[in-house]
Design a protein around this ligand. Structure first.
Ligand code: DX5
Ligand code: ZN
Length: 215
């Protein structure tokens, strides 16, 4: 089995922002497949993080795709700016778009980017069914979005097999929140093939071993 079949996307939310370039290089050198950028607006989630200028700076040095997770209201207002800044994958939340979901998918596509749609813990996976053949990735949140370092909520991961059963084989199913060596195994066994991890990777003394342990 190809050990690279799981896409590891370290979340820079747990990096040291005074040393962001160093911390991105560290995970790239350790084999990260993507860099996960958590964008929070203080409305959709009760926290504010980083935005377009940081993506633009990261694009100058990043050697792997930038996986931008928009935890914001009205994502359609910002898709163009993130695309122009250098995002490769843009994931937005179904809860932020609802009946406009399809138009936001088309908007992201119009910039030739990969499209992801995410659901929060309390959102039923069935809402995604109409979109599964129109997107590249589903992001299943296994914590309430807003903060790194929270505990994995196992019941959320139970959504993965339902999504897998209804989705085209090519769909990437990514999991975000509380991922470590143990919870990664649960998610992979349920059918996930991309894992986001922040505190587990950046909190480790040996970043390469931490990333390897998720594969
Ligand atoms: C949470 C973010 C996550 C966060 C994960 O709202 O979407 O990407 O950084 O952090 P850990 O891996 O520490 O749970
Ligand atoms: Zn995230």
């Amino acid at each position: 089995m190809n050990e690279n079949k799981v896409i590891i996307s370290p979340s820079i939310l747990s990096a040291d922002f005074t040393e962001l370039g160093r911390d991105v290089k560290a995970v790239e050198d350790a084999g990260a497949d993507w860099i996960h950028v958590d964008v929070m607006d203080g409305h959709f989630v009760p926290n504010i993080s980083i935005g377009v200028p940081v993506v633009k700076s990261l694009k100058k040095t990043a050697r792997v795709p930038l996986d931008v997770h928009l935890m914001i209201e009205n994502p359609e207002k910002y898709v163009g700016a993130f695309a122009k800044a250098g995002a490769n994958i843009i994931t937005f939340h179904y809860e932020a778009t609802k009946e406009n979901t399809e138009s936001v998918i088309s908007l992201i596509r119009s910039f030739n980017l990969k499209v992801g749609v995410s659901i929060k813990p309390k959102t039923n996976q069935d809402v995604l069914i109409p979109y599964l053949d129109k997107i590249d990735m589903v992001l299943v949140m296994t914590v309430e979005p807003g903060f790194g370092g929270q505990e994995f909520m196992g019941y959320c991961a139970q959504k993965i097999p339902y999504i897998r059963a209804k989705a085209p084989e090519s769909l990437i199913v990514q999991v975000d929140g509380g991922i470590n060596e143990k919870t990664a195994n649960i998610c992979k066994s349920l059918g996930a093939n991309s894992l986001v991890a922040g505190s587990y990777i950046y909190g480790s003394d040996d970043i390469k071993s931490a990333i390897d342990s998720l594969r």
